[in-house]
Design a protein. Structure first.
Length: 129
């Protein structure tokens, strides 16, 4: 009888820890995000960013508007609820700094030689079959 009670208590404790870890868990940027940058130079104000993982490294790939041209993020770092990476575009390094607000929203900025451009990202929901 003691073993059954002890087993039940252990299972209950693990369940509580699991639920707590999920609710306080790390906010993940992985997936496809639509971004808006209304103050960016023409042609760079919207597009998508795909965050993933390849060869045990974080990846970021950007496309602008309806273009098929892709920019690959360099030095992609994901820590806690923050994402940092850089892209080389039109002769300069652009630093992208993002904060994961929740499962569906990120905010941040792109920093380049002429200043900062605010960014808002919205998660693109995957269609289920």
């Amino acid at each position: 009888m003691k073993n059954k009670i002890l087993t039940l208590l252990v299972i209950s404790f693990i369940s509580v820890l699991s639920v707590s870890a999920q609710s306080n868990g790390k906010k993940s940027p992985m997936g496809t995000w639509k971004f808006d940058a209304p103050y960016a130079p023409e042609g760079y104000g919207s597009g998508t960013i795909v965050f993933g993982n390849a060869d045990q490294k974080n990846t970021a790939t950007m496309t602008f508007g309806e273009s098929d041209y892709k920019l690959t993020g360099e030095n992609v770092k994901i820590k806690s609820d923050s994402v940092f990476y850089s892209v080389f575009m039109e002769g300069q390094d652009i630093k992208v700094l993002l904060k994961v607000e929740n499962d569906m929203k990120m905010t941040g900025k792109a920093v380049y030689s002429e200043g900062e451009v605010p960014l808002t990202l919205t998660k693109v929901e995957q269609k289920t079959k």
